[in-house]
Design a protein around this ligand. Sequence first.
Ligand SMILES: [Zn+2]
Length: 423
Amino acid sequence: MDISGKRAMELLEKLNFTRVAGSAEELRAAEILKAECESAGVEAALESFEIEDAEVETATLEILEPFQQEYPVTGYKCAKNTYQGGLTADFLYAETPVDLARAEGKIVLVHDFLRVPLFRDLMKARVAGIVTLEGDLRDDREGTDLSTRKLRRTLRAFGNVPAVNIRVADAFDLVSRGACKARMVLKNDIVERTSHNVVATIPGTERPEEVISFGAHYDSVDFSKGVYDNGAGSVILMELLRWFQAHPPRRTVKFMWYGSEEIGLEGSWAYVKAHKEELKDHLLMINVDVGGPVLGRDTIGVTACQELVNYLEYSAKVRGISTLVKQQIYSSDSIPFADSGIPAVNFCRGGAKGAAYIHDRFDTLAFLSPEALEKTARSVLAFSQDMVNAAVFPVKREIPENMVKEVEKYLYKKELAEVAEEK
Ligand SMILES: [Zn+2]
């Protein structure tokens, strides 16, 4: 029994469909993964959790002055709805926070992605509505999609106003024509949906109470088949499961395929919340997120002590594994584990610029190969075998201070504490 890129690719072909958080297709993918575990001889279970979603009924943006034109937009889920007749207000393109001094009561087009610092500034400036950008000036309308974004709870802690998302090409058009007054309409209803984690366990032969967990998210975003991100990681995990099933591990290995990662790591947050007691036994989390591009490069992001970084670097060189090793946090399911004090190692194979696409309709099997999948799978296997079967577990069960700070920054803990204080 050996790792096989070919077999991994065959499973990836079965997962080659859009699998949005909480959708019937996401559940279908979970069932495919569960069946695959069972065909490999390992029992698997689906663990469900609730997620917040919304149905957007109407979202429009119309420029009223100095010309009149409506532009196609998508509405932000969970953003505040406009009142009857919509929101009519002056329009402003806010390039930097300097412009926010004159943004009160206006519909504001922002230059950057909506993250906590920008959103907090917009709420402080008391804007009436928000417009964000997506895409590329070179996009053609038929060949690209405009995604429906969500105002996550973290953002809504700072306030809520109607928000829509517009193509870069349309934003270019309206700004260059001097748009100064607009009307926005948003109507959406919040709904609860159910998402699932797939969980499979192979008990350790000698130290069953010590657990090493493997994670990969299997959901995708709208319009994307999500094979690179992260069907690839999902099938690499399955190869690892097959390997450890054939070569019984000294310590217990758990395999988790997380749902709803793309909407804010919901699956892994749900897991750490539901398994607080069990987490005491977790020594290490090994995450795989993005893989398979022919023109790509393997990286290992270590959210753990420097000694482990050095070990991975040495081990890669000794074994001739072509990979870059860095101490870092990684925006994926390893975060909730690191936040719970469990060291985490992230394996990823990112594509060269222009040779891989993420979060859109261009994330397809066309730029992936079985050989590339196998390369990453072998790198994960080499490291995890060392850890799972170590005579004495060598990794300190702690997150170093610099990584704790990074996790706190990533989760905007300081900003959230400040806003909670204000309330
Ligand atoms: Zn991902």
